[in-house]
Design a protein around this ligand. Structure first.
Ligand code: SF4
Length: 384
């Protein structure tokens, strides 16, 4: 990652404006830049930013949008750091990827640091076990972790194709090493028929991850001790409360939720799956949805004939790091582009890039027929 330039327009000037005070400015900057810029927004992004995006989608769908739009020299990714890295992995040579606020990280991705993962692998090597494990990383990981998987024969997966990735891994090696989200890994293992006892957790702060050599030898799946701070907030008691209060309500959750929540839900799937379920349901269907709040609110607005509530009705399950991307930051990066300056560029180093792309390409080969579905063009700028 490199900050190419930060001169020119002063971010402080923009931060003085209220969120809605920049609508006209952003629209004018977008018009001036035309198809040279592509603005992408993740489903969890706030509406004040989403309304200026050419496309919204999940991280993989959006990462592929850059290469599908070679006319765009600049890809402004309104998401979090690992997403912009993924777009940089897949971009064309002449394109540059920009993250409007460099502080927009992902707490889950940050839970698996490369030195920790390398250390884990070395401990498995000392036990003579490493070659038995197929490393698979969730898309929500740093480029360095994707590269680790690529270099060691493994691949990347999404929450949609995690079961296919596990099957691919088990066809080649007897065990799977999944990171960084223990919940998606556990839910996927259970979906494929594994018992909870066959999956052990690696805590990077403990020797052997907190396991005995015997437990590691017996395990079918090794789960990295990571989680999403948003989806971990959902609890089985919340499901029970909804069912008691509203018999017949459908509980729809993301597989980053704990196994205890997933087991009690009616339906579990990726953001795209969640959107599809709601879009295809009959009017009057009642939902309690366990995923990021901005997506739940947007679904409630877009499908007013359905009754949609957040599963956690008392708290505020918002992705606080993604929330850092503001209209002010978007206006700032666009203004710099109109003046010929690229700020907040995300660049993955060449050595990392090579192996991370290998891991991504293995996944794309596995699921090329599904990954292009589900990107939502947004009317105002859909012509790009
Ligand atoms: S919702 Fe969770 S996994 Fe997704 S970007 Fe935010 S912290 Fe990361």
């Amino acid at each position: 990652m490199a900050l190419v330039a930060d001169a020119g327009c002063d971010l402080e000037n923009y931060l003085r404006y209220p969120d809605e005070g920049l609508d006209g400015r952003i629209a004018a900057l977008r018009a001036e830049l035309g198809p040279r810029v592509l603005v992408l927004a993740h489903h969890y992004q706030r509406q004040e930013v989403v309304r200026f995006a050419d496309f919204r989608g999940d991280s993989l769908q959006l990462s592929r949008r850059g290469m599908e739009h070679p006319e765009a020299e600049f890809i402004v990714f309104c998401g979090v750091h690992f997403m912009a890295e993924s777009a940089d992995l897949l971009r064309a040579e002449h394109q540059q990827v920009i993250l409007p606020d460099l502080n927009a990280g992902c707490s889950m991705a940050d839970m698996a640091e490369y030195p920790q993962v390398r250390d884990c692998w070395e401990q498995l090597q000392e036990l003579g076990l490493a070659e038995q494990f197929m490393p698979i990383t969730y898309m929500n990981s740093t480029a360095a972790i994707k590269a680790f998987c690529g270099q060691n024969g493994g691949l990347v997966c999404t929450s949609s194709n995690a079961p296919a990735a596990f099957r691919w891994g088990f066809a080649k090696r007897p065990k799977v090493f999944f990171l960084p989200d223990q919940h998606l890994g556990r839910n996927t293992g259970v979906k494929l028929g594994l018992n909870l006892e066959e999956m052990v957790v690696w805590n990077p702060r403990l020797a052997l991850g907190g396991n005995t050599p015997e437990a590691l030898r017996a395990a079918r799946v090794l789960l990295w001790k990571g989680h999403c701070s948003v989806h971990q907030r959902f609890l089985p008691e919340q499901v029970d409360r909804w069912r008691a209060a509203e018999p017949g309500i459908k509980i729809l959750v993301h597989p980053e939720c704990s196994h205890e929540v997933v087991r009690k839900a009616d339906l579990t799937g990726s953001t795209d799956f969640i959107i599809r379920q709601v879009s295809q349901a009959a009017p009057g269907t009642r939902w309690a949805i366990g995923t990021e709040l901005h997506l739940v609110h947007r679904l409630a607005e877009e499908y007013p004939t359905q009754i949609i509530s957040p599963l956690d009705n008392d708290g505020c399950p918002v992705c606080s790091t993604m929330f850092r991307i503001s209209p002010q930051h978007l206006a700032w990066v666009l203004d710099n582009l109109t003046q010929g300056q690229v700020v907040n560029r995300i660049v993955v180093k060449d050595q990392v890039k090579h192996w991370a792309r290998v891991a991504l390409e293995r996944m794309l080969e596995l699921s090329h027929h599904t990954v292009s579905q589900g990107v939502h063009p947004i009317g105002a700028h859909a012509g790009h």
